[in-house]
Design a binder for this molecule. Structure first.
Ligand SMILES: C[S@@+](CC[C@H](N)C(=O)[O-])C[C@H]1O[C@@H](n2cnc3c(N)ncnc32)[C@H](O)[C@@H]1O
Length: 248
């Protein structure tokens, strides 16, 4: 798999992914696992919505991202951003006190190269803090359909259940999982169908017509066939921060 650059959604990324408010909520969950004034690397820094609140909390952040368009939005928010690939980090060994990756690990093509590089640039025994892009969801009729869909698209590759097996051979240990606060919002089946049709999620970007017909169109049809498809449903999502410790 190739890494997925977010160039194509940079102009509506903050609007469709919770913006700086989400960043503040996630930074508050990450901060207790850091030391005051830590030097951090954020992998897949994007528009800087996580890095900026981490800076406000007193940390120093260098962000790296493949996407020039995303970086053009984070340059004003983050102390230092670098265009580059997380599997070939342009930093000296043992440069960082911790590495943060929010909604990014599942997009990176060569996972083993990523982890070798993270291990190299982290001081020995430092934390690697990963927030999964797949939340824990309070079940409702929307989430039942979303679950089947996510499975078909191979989502969940950055959940701790999956990552532990891949990080352990590199000498990392899993310390804990912590939930972010509850994201409480309303969405109707028609809203969700429209998001899918707009291909808001990166897992939909590169599907060809045949995969779309086989996997995606039935989901859109099922959403529209739900009772009262215009009625908003209450949705409760919690994202999970997983804390790993690098080799000493
Ligand atoms: C979903 S965004 C997350 C941005 C930010 N962390 C946040 O939570 O808003 C993922 C970012 O990872 C970047 N990315 C994907 N593969 C990458 C790689 N191999 N190296 C660096 N960045 C990468 C994408 O361009 C995108 O900006």
């Amino acid at each position: 798999m190739d890494s997925v650059s977010f160039d194509r959604i940079a102009d509506r990324y903050d609007d469709t992914r919770g913006g700086i408010d989400r960043g503040r909520r996630f930074a508050a969950v990450i901060d207790p696992f850091l030391e005051p004034g830590d030097d951090l690397l954020e992998i897949g820094v994007g528009t800087g919505v996580i890095a900026q609140p981490l800076q406000t909390l007193g940390h120093h952040v260098i962000g790296i991202d493949l996407s020039r368009e995303m970086l053009s939005r984070s340059r004003d928010r983050v102390e230092s951003v670098v265009e580059g690939d997380a599997t070939r980090l342009p930093f000296a060994s043992e440069r960082f006190d911790a590495v943060v990756a929010v909604w990014a690990v599942h997009l990176i093509g060569d996972f083993d190269a990523l982890i070798d590089e993270v291990d190299r640039v982290m001081r020995p025994g430092s934390p690697l803090l990963v927030v999964s892009s797949t939340p824990d969801v309070e079940p409702n009729d929307l989430s039942d359909i979303a679950f089947r869909f996510g499975k078909a698209l191979g989502r969940g590759r950055d959940r701790s259940r999956y990552l532990v097996d891949r990080l352990t051979p590199h000498g990392f240990t899993h310390e804990t999982d912590v939930a972010t606060d509850e994201h409480d919002f309303e969405e109707s089946p028609m809203d969700r169908a429209a998001m899918i049709e707009r291909r808001d999620w990166s897992s939909l970007w590169d599907l060809d017509d045949s995969a779309w017909r086989r996997v995606v169109q039935p989901v859109i049809d099922d959403l529209r066939a739900l009772p009262e498809p215009d009625r908003p449903r209450r949705c409760l999502h919690r994202h999970i921060l997983s804390v790993y410790r690098g080799p000493s």
